[in-house]
Design a protein around this ligand. Structure first.
Ligand SMILES: *Cc1c(COP(=O)(O)O)cnc(C)c1O
Length: 374
């Protein structure tokens, strides 16, 4: 059996270990320290736009704190893109709130502006205005930023931008992770850069950053004794892991280029296979191509490709199963147009790591060409 090709594996740049060694040498083995502050500065400089960044233990923790800062609580409703990873919506449930799932549009596979507006009006007519909108840049492709934020503004509903998959992407030359009232990044092991586990909450308001850090460090009031007037969390990023993050930030642009090159390689290799389709970037959209995805003609063909690659030790994965189809969320209110169900049936994510070798890419493309006898 040839060696395993992973969907998206960690890719260290080389400097990470020296930052980690420095953390050991200075004994900053704690969820605070110079690397945590340095990593936050690195991200702030990268995103620009006056961003303030709080480094946290995961992207999920960042979404949870984001919802708390937007005052989402028991019985509230929160709108969420249905076509996404479950971590986009789980924190809604942590708060005792109800997710309202919205389908995708075909151009970017993200939140459909029409369904969004229908849902807002319908929820309001039922007497409940949604507390927040969670909008996702799926697989690194920016959502329709202008349309979504115009609707959100018109109804005065804050947007929590889930940019967990889109660090390095941009819309009209502005970096993803800077569009939301609050924005979320993830540095999980499979993301474009990783700290093994980690995340960040981004805000233009330094007070929100400070509040996020306060909540993430057990909500200790200013007092000599341990005094608490609100519920706290243990969500801060470790200084050791932030050291990995500092090394990874130095190579982020290379990682984006490599992932985009993977996508172009696949698109070019399959240009004569009419059954396979890719989505291009609309004008003004720049995707980090975190995962390269393609659409096949049917669920059967998608499964055929997936299992034949699996037998060659190549990992692929169907597109995210829409959350409105998940057993845990199936009873939640939902506003659908069929797009995300259709994408789930036909779509497949291909190996997309920035560390894929030429030989590995060729193994993948030949296997798929063999499947189609092309
Ligand atoms: C990975 C991911 C998250 C969660 O991030 P973690 O750091 O793994 O907790 C949230 N939303 C989306 C869209 C993701 O892909």
């Amino acid at each position: 059996m040839e060696s395993k090709i992973w969907l998206s594996s960690p890719h260290m740049g080389g400097k990470e270990q020296s930052y980690v060694t420095n953390a050991f040498e200075t004994n900053w083995i704690a969820p605070l320290g110079p690397h945590v502050n340095g990593f936050e500065c690195d991200i702030q400089n990268y995103l620009s736009q006056g961003s303030h960044v709080a480094a946290l233990s995961s992207g999920t923790a960042a979404i949870h704190l984001g919802l708390i800062l937007l005052d989402v609580g028991l019985g509230d409703e929160v709108i969420c893109q249905s076509k996404t990873f479950s971590a986009s919506a789980n924190p809604i449930a942590y708060q005792g709130a109800t997710p309202i799932f919205i389908d995708s549009e075909k151009d970017t596979w993200n939140l459909c502006p029409e369904q969004l507006e229908i849902a807002i009006k319908d929820r309001m007519s039922k007497g409940k205005k949604p507390k927040a909108i969670i909008s996702v840049h799926l697989y690194g492709m920016p959502y329709k930023v202008d349309e979504i934020h115009n609707i959100a503004k018109a109804y005065n509903i804050p947007v929590l931008e889930d940019s967990a998959e889109a660090l390095g992407s941009s819309y009209k030359s502005i970096k993803c992770g800077t569009f939301g009232d609050l924005s979320v990044l993830s540095f999980n092991g499979n993301k474009i850069i990783t700290t093994s586990g980690g995340g960040a909450l981004v805000s233009k308001d330094i007070k929100l950053k400070e509040k996020a850090i306060f909540l993430a460090t057990q909500a200790r009031d200013q007092a000599v004794e341990y005094l608490h007037s609100s519920i706290g969390y243990n969500y801060r990023l470790s200084n050791v892991l932030a050291g990995i993050g500092r090394g990874q930030m130095e190579v982020l642009d290379d990682r984006v280029s490599a992932r985009r090159a993977n996508y172009n390689h696949y698109k070019e290799s399959f240009k004569n296979i009419n059954e396979l389709q890719f989505i291009d970037e609309p004008d003004g959209y720049f995707s980090n191509r975190w995962l390269s995805c393609m659409l096949t003609p049917s669920a059967e063909i998608r499964e055929g490709i997936r299992t034949s690659l699996e037998s060659l030790n190549i990992e692929t994965r169907p597109l995210w199963k829409p959350l409105h189809q998940q057993p845990i969320f199936k009873d939640a209110p939902q506003y659908l147009n069929g797009v995300s169900d259709n994408l789930f049936e036909k779509g497949l994510c291909l190996p997309s790591g920035s560390n894929l070798t030429e030989n590995e890419l060729n193994r993948i493309t030949s296997a798929i060409k063999t499947y189609f006898r092309a």
